[in-house]
Write a protein that binds this ligand. Structure first.
Ligand code: AMP
Ligand code: MG
Length: 388
């Protein structure tokens, strides 16, 4: 069996960054910027006042100095004249600082009588935001980058109405099993609700993919063939379940009959051993184990980096370390991704690691990583984890 790292490398080899498309700025949030974008203008485009007050020449600013108010500069309405000696221009926040002025005395610091003002308090700073203080023409937002709300505001300010982003990966999710029904349906005797597809859809959409949940495929070849047919056009086809070697586990067989070139099958990990990966025409195909927690853990460990690669992003998986809050017994021969709870006091593995228990996954906030054959560990020992 291959290691998690080797399996992930095989999966990453199956995909490459998708094409670039241009979307309107208002639809670009959360998308991945595919090319550097340069500012088309300078911001602010003129020296602007940061306060309401009076624009004057800095050299004349001192306590009790008097000025004659000769006009007004408001946001969107520049004062066209020049501020000469002993003169001031009434100015408002965001308005252009007039020629000849180099200081804004805030209105709280002056006394005004008619068109005469007197400085009453020793003024502090100049209250002027210089031209280009935010960004200059040609300043860039560098790709690749998942666009945040702040990036969207910055792009708008840079006057970029269309944004080059990676096409969203189209992912088809296929649940397999005679025992499965959709949430909201009434399960017959011996049936359960398909949960993995919904959990994985959420996980993958969070990564930036566009996800289709296909109808559940029964454990018969024609049903699976039909499901693969529905998945046509997807960049990535993910099957769930039917990946072991039981009599009803048909995924590998049907996929191979349909031309899947398998790159590996089975990974030395817990949970998630019966993972498979390969290429099916233009799509990548990943077969996940059916156990709900196995499928979700594989989603975090394998699918997330695969989606990131399709989006042109570096692998965002970050491993961190924390001290154990409770001891751990020794690990077996496979890498173990244990559901665990991280608190400010350290990390503790959840008691029951049965790979069918979603309630334990929902309770966990990290996956604690155990290398193969890791010996028993005492409280306080440093361990590695992955944030969920
Ligand atoms: P399998 O790999 O098909 O043998 O499935 C392993 C276990 O996972 C079985 O208990 C299945 O009932 C369960 N299972 C498979 N697919 C799903 C799914 N989509 N949602 C919830 N449980 C599933
Ligand atoms: Mg099954």
């Amino acid at each position: 069996m291959i290691s998690v790292r080797t399996a992930l490398d095989h999966l990453l080899d199956l995909v490459s960054p998708l094409a670039v498309e241009h979307v309107p700025l208002a639809e670009a949030f959360g998308r991945v910027l595919a090319k550097d974008v340069a500012a088309r203008r300078e911001q602010p485009p003129f020296a602007a006042s940061t306060m309401d007050g009076y624009a004057v020449n800095k050299a004349e600013v001192e306590l009790h100095a008097m000025f004659k108010v000769i006009g007004e500069s408001a946001a969107g309405h520049r004062f066209d004249g020049r501020v000469g000696p002993g003169q001031a221009v009434r100015i408002f926040t965001g308005a252009p600082v007039p020629d000849g002025a180099s200081f804004v005395v805030i209105q709280e610091d002056v006394d005004r009588k008619g068109n005469l003002i007197t400085i009453l308090d020793q003024p502090g700073g100049d209250n002027i935001r210089p031209a280009g203080g935010d960004f200059k023409i040609g300043d860039i937002i560098a790709a690749p980058k998942r666009l945040s709300s702040a990036d969207i505001a910055l792009l708008a300010s840079m006057n970029v109405p269309q944004v080059p982003v990676r096409r969203k990966p189209d992912i088809a999710l296929i649940s397999t099993g005679d025992e499965l029904v959709m949430p909201g349906e009434t399960p017959g005797p011996g049936q359960i609700i398909a949960s993995n597809t919904f959990g994985l859809k959420a996980l993958l959409e969070d990564c930036g993919a566009s996800v289709r949940i296909l109808p559940i495929a029964r454990d018969q070849k024609p049903a699976l063939e039909a499901a693969f047919n529905f998945a046509k056009g997807a960049d990535l086809v993910v099957t769930i379940g039917g990946a072991s070697v039981g009599d009803h586990d048909l995924v590998a067989q049907v996929a191979q009959d349909l031309g899947m070139e398998q790159s590996f099958y089975k990974v030395a990990m817990r949970p998630g051993k019966p993972l498979m990966g390969g290429r099916m025409g233009t799509a990548a195909m990943i077969g996940l184990p059916g156990n709900p927690v196995s499928a979700m853990v594989c989603g975090h460990v394998f699918l997330k980096p695969v989606v990131e690669r399709m989006l042109g992003l570096p692998d965002g998986t970050t491993f961190k370390t924390a001290p154990l809050r409770e001891p751990l017994s020794k690990n077996g021969p496979r890498e173990h991704y244990m559901r665990a709870v991280l608190t400010p006091d350290g990390i503790a593995a959840c008691e029951n690691q049965d790979s069918a228990l979603l309630s334990v996954l929902a309770e966990a906030n990290v996956l604690l990583l155990r290398p193969p054959h890791d010996p028993a560990r005492d409280t306080g020992a440093t361990v590695t984890y992955l944030t969920l």
